[in-house]
Design a protein around this ligand. Structure first.
Ligand code: ZN
Length: 435
């Protein structure tokens, strides 16, 4: 990788961080995405790549571009990154979250790892290609999206529904969250490639009872019924199910770290993995976390209705079973209303694209070993997958061994190692030339 490209990726990422693209979930206050989209489109237009901006609502903007490949007969590769970020409270941070400050070898700011780092890498690579006359082996479709942080309705989902022609012919995709390193020793690093994502089941539990006066004997109280069910659910642990992706990951990592893996009790082994155990531990069972309670309007009035929001995440293929499991825990009386349902994804860790990822990582880091893993959260991949696109999380980053990477996502003092960013752009360049 020449230095000019390695420098440019840092500048691009810095510029993007300085554009406040906070996604509040409210269109009136999420207009920064339009500014970022124009920035991206300009960087592409500058080097002769025709970029199109699609607004799903005023200020909610997405950028699409297609780079023709040497063999148009092959399916295209979709390379996607979101431009929005979650809110940041400046008073909690060591630097201003939209300053893009470089300090102690890190570029700091909201979006540094989620995911303006990757957006910048993609821009740096294709700009280099245009300057040097590089043609990729097949068509590459670039998508920079709005609204990933609030469910993708104004971003990836909008594109899939309203502009599928832009995604025509795409058979595979890369995006967040994967390709980052996990250090085993000085000369061995695992790079976690995301081949699976848990499903999203955001639901509302509703208890109904008899309204009444708060001073009287009352045995049909909606608040009491809801509270009992929510408490049971919040403390419940669903059964452990180890899917092929998680089994492949655990087998490899436990062998390398010399950790004993008991197939009947993977949790003991997972607990020894350090900071990533929070993600991995969430991928061996369905989960249901209560996140909100709503009931009542006056201290001395028993309301007729009480509701709770529950964030449920399901393993691949478990969506229907999960409803039965949930019903068993909460009992027969509460209503279940779905707020959002997105199925889990899981694909195999095989094929030419996976080989190209592993080879690109090894070429830039001789101690690299690529392993598949399942993300406990969700990404734009869920939307793109509905078009039949095989999706991977591959946004390469080499990380210092002591960095708690998972905690940086949506966290305070989000930052990306400058060296990691330079490494990532080299891997991405190499990978995309061989995709
Ligand atoms: Zn993200």
């Amino acid at each position: 990788m020449n230095d000019a490209v390695a420098d440019e990726v840092v500048d691009l990422c810095r510029d993007l961080i300085r554009i406040d693209t906070t996604n509040t979930g409210d269109n009136a206050t999420s207009a920064g995405e339009r500014v970022a989209a124009e920035y991206v489109a300009t960087r592409l237009d500058e080097v002769g790549i025709d970029a199109r901006i699609y607004e799903s609502a005023p200020g909610r903007a997405n950028v699409l571009a297609r780079i023709p490949g040497a063999d148009p007969g092959r399916g295209a590769l979709l390379v996607h990154g979101h431009l929005d970020v979650v809110p940041a409270d400046a008073s909690e941070w060591s630097v201003h979250p939209f300053s893009g400050e470089i300090r102690d070898g890190y570029l700091w700011g909201r979006g540094a790892v989620d995911m303006k780092d990757f957006d910048a890498m993609v821009l740096a690579v294709v700009r280099r290609w245009r300057r040097e006359g590089v043609t990729p082996p097949r068509d590459i479709v670039l998508a920079f999206t709005a609204d990933e942080e609030a469910g993708s309705d104004y971003g990836a989902r909008y594109l899939v529904n309203e502009h599928p022609e832009e995604l025509a012919g795409c058979t595979e995709a890369i995006g967040e969250v994967g390709g980052f390193s996990y250090s085993v020793s000085d000369d061995l690093r695992l790079y976690l490639i995301e081949t699976a994502e848990k499903g999203i089941e955001w639901l509302r539990l509703v208890a109904r009872g008899r309204p009444g006066h708060g001073s009287m004997v009352h045995d049909d109280n909606a608040v009491t019924a809801l509270a009992e069910a929510v408490a049971r659910l919040g403390r419940h642990r669903f059964p452990v199910v180890v899917t092929p992706t998680v089994r492949a990951f655990l087998t490899e990592v436990c062998e390398l770290l010399d950790i004993e893996l008991d197939p009947d009790d993977p949790e003991t082994a997972i607990a020894k993995l350090g900071p990533i155990s929070a993600i991995i531990g969430a991928t061996i069972r369905n989960t249901a976390n209560p996140t909100g309670l709503t009931a009542g309007y006056k201290h001395n009035v028993i309301p007729g209705r009480a509701s709770a929001t529950i964030d449920c995440r399901t393993l691949p293929g478990q969506s229907e079973l999960f409803v039965e499991q949930l019903r068993e825990v909460i009992g027969p009386d509460l209503d279940i209303e779905y707020v959002q349902r997105q199925p889990a994804l899981e694909t195999g860790f095989d094929g030419a694209l996976v080989d190209a990822m592993a080879a690109a990582l090894r070429a830039e880091d001789p101690g690299a070993r690529a392993v598949p893993y399942m993300l406990s959260g969700g990404t734009d991949a869920k939307a793109f997958h509905t078009l039949g696109i095989r999706c991977f999380g591959f946004a390469p980053l080499r990380l210092p061994p002591d960095l708690n990477f998972a905690a940086l996502f949506h966290g305070i003092d989000e930052r990306v190692p400058v060296d990691g960013l330079r490494f990532g752009v080299s891997v991405l360049d190499r990978f995309l030339r061989n995709c």
